[in-house]
Design a binder for this molecule. Structure first.
Ligand code: GTP
Ligand code: MG
Length: 400
C-alpha cells in the first residue's frame, strides 16, 4: 500500500480544513462555517483509488503553532513530505506576514524534502469581485514566484480556489493526479476507449471524491472516420488480464481483431429529458436517471459539445459535473439508495455517467452525429462498451 505524506499549511482561517472536509469527508461548503480552528496538527489518512493512502497533515495556522513547526518540530513536520499544499487567504489582513511564513515553510521544505511537489492555492477567490479576479490572481502569482525564487524553489503550481465553486475540484484533481502512478498509461487507454465509443469525451472520476483523474477527447479525424461508416465499435474485453501493457494497447487499437462492428439502427430523436430507468428501491442499488438540481449547468456543457468538438468547451466543465454529481450522490445516500449512474440526454448529446471500476466512475459524452441518434441501439452499445471495458481498466487503476 502506497502512503504519501501531504502537508496542508497556511495561515489561520485560510480555509485548509474546509477544503479537506469538502473533498475527503463529504462536507457541503456551508457546513464549513461550523469548523473550529485546528489545534496543532491533525492527521488524517484518506484512501484514494483504493490503495493510495494520503497521509494528510492539516497544520493549524495560528502563529504560536508556526513557532513550533519552525523550531521544535521542524524535522518531524517537514521530513519525507511528498506534497506541500500551501494556502493563502486572498482576504488576509496581513499579507506580509503570510509571505514570511511561506518563505519559512519553503526553506524548511528545501532542507528536509527537496523533491516534494509544491502547490500553492490562493483561496477564497469568491470574495474578490469577478472582474478583478484574474488581475489580482496574477499579481499574487508574481509575489509567490518571487518568494519561491528567493529560496531556490523552481517548480510549483498555483491555483485560485474557492469552496463556493468548481475551482476547488479543479485544483485538487490536479494535485491528486500527481500522486497516481502510471497515469500516462491510463490516459492512453482512455483515449483509445474514447475512439472505440465514438465519443466526444470520456472522463474518469475517482469514486469517493469524484475528483477527475483522467480524461480523453476525440480527435476530429477519428470522429469522421467512424461517422462515414455509420458504425459503432464494441470493446473487446481483454481475456489475458496480465498481459503486457503494450499488448493491451495493441488490442485496443486493432480495428480488425480488437472490435466487433455493430450496425446501429435509426431510432427516434431523444427528448430533452432523462432516461427512464427503474426508480430507486429503498436500501438497494438503483439506477438513478433524474437530472440533478443544477440542470442548466449540465445542459450548458452538452450544448457546447454538440456544436463542435473542442474549441467551445467550457474550461470548467469537469469540475462543474464533479460538483453536481457529488451533491446528487450525497442526496442519494440520504435517501438510503446507492448512486449507480446517471444518463442525461437531449436532442444534441447524451452523457452517460456510470460506475466503472471498483474505484472510479466514468462519463462518456456522445454528441448525436445524425438526427436519428436515439436511445435504442446506440445507448445499448455504449453501455455494453462501458461494461466490457471495466475489467480491462481495472489493470491500471489499483484496488486494495
Ligand atoms: N468565502 C469563503 N470562505 C471560506 C472559503 N473556504 C473556507 N472558508 C471559511 O473560512 C473559515 C475558516 O476555515 P477553516 O477551514 O477552519 O480554516 P483553517 O485554515 O483550517 O484554519 P486553522 O485551522 O485555524 O488554521 C470558515 O468559516 C470557512 O467557512 C472560501 O473559499 N471562501
Ligand atoms: Mg483548520
Amino acid at each position: 500500500m502506497a502512503k504519501k505524506k501531504v502537508l496542508l499549511m497556511g495561515k489561520a482561517h485560510s480555509g485548509k480544513t474546509s477544503m479537506r472536509s469538502i473533498i475527503f469527508a463529504n462536507y457541503l461548503a456551508r457546513d464549513t462555517m461550523r469548523l473550529s480552528p485546528t489545534l496543532d496538527v491533525e492527521h488524517h489518512h484518506v484512501r484514494f483509488l483504493g490503495d493510495l493512502v494520503l497521509n494528510l497533515w492539516d497544520c493549524g495556522g495560528q502563529d504560536a503553532f508556526y513557532e513550533s513547526y519552525f523550531e521544535r518540530d521542524r524535522e518531524t513536520i517537514f521530513r519525507s513530505v511528498e506534497l506541500l499544499i500551501y494556502v493563502f487567504d486572498i482576504e488576509s489582513d496581513n499579507p506580509e506576514k503570510d509571505f514570511d511564513h511561506f518563505a519559512g515553510v519553503l526553506e524548511a521544505m528545501e532542507e528536509n524534502s527537496p523533491d516534494a511537489r509544491i502547490f500553492v492555492l490562493v483561496h477564497k477567490m469568491d470574495l474578490v469581485a469577478e472582474e478583478e479576479r484574474e488581475l489580482i490572481l496574477d499579481d499574487r502569482r508574481r509575489l509567490i514566484e518571487e518568494s519561491c525564487r528567493g529560496v531556490g524553489v523552481q517548480h510549483f503550481q498555483c491555483f485560485g480556489t474557492s469552496i463556493w465553486d468548481e475551482t476547488l475540484y479543479k485544483a485538487w484533481s490536479e494535485i491528486v493526479t500527481n500522486l497516481i502512478p502510471n497515469i500516462g498509461v491510463l490516459e492512453r487507454h482512455l483515449s483509445d476507449f474514447c475512439g472505440i465509443c465514438d465519443a466526444d469525451e470520456v472522463v474518469l472520476f475517482e469514486r469517493a471524491t469524484f475528483l477527475v483523474i483522467s480524461h480523453a477527447q476525440a480527435q476530429e479525424g477519428k470522429i469522421h472516420a467512424v461517422e462515414e461508416t455509420g458504425r459503432q465499435k464494441i470493446f473487446h474485453e481483454d481475456k489475458e488480464g496480465d498481459e503486457e501493457e503494450t499488448t493491451d494497447a495493441a488490442v485496443l487499437e486493432s480495428n480488425e481483431d480488437g472490435f466487433e462492428d455493430v450496425q446501429t439502427s435509426p431510432s427516434p430523436p431523444s427528448a430533452v429529458s432523462p432516461t427512464a430507468d427503474p426508480p430507486a428501491s429503498p436500501g438497494g442499488n438503483a439506477t438513478l436517471s433524474t437530472i440533478p438540481s443544477n440542470q442548466n449547468a449540465m445542459k450548458g456543457v452538452g450544448r457546447q459539445i454538440a456544436h463542435s468538438p473542442t474549441p467551445q468547451f467550457d474550461a470548467h466543465r469537469f469540475e462543474k459535473i464533479s460538483n453536481i454529481v457529488k451533491q446528487f450522490k450525497l442526496s442519494c445516500g440520504k435517501a438510503q439508495s446507492q448512486f449507480q449512474g446517471l444518463h442525461v440526454s437531449n436532442s444534441k448529446f447524451t452523457a452517460f455517467i456510470d460506475a466503472f471500476t471498483a474505484n472510479t466512475y466514468i462519463m462518456v459524452i456522445i454528441s448525436h452525429k445524425d438526427p436519428a441518434w436515439g436511445q435504442g441501439t446506440h445507448t445499448a452499445a455504449t453501455l455494453l462498451n462501458i461494461r466490457k471495458a471495466r475489467n480491462h481498466f481495472e489493470q491500471f487503476i489499483p484496488r486494495s
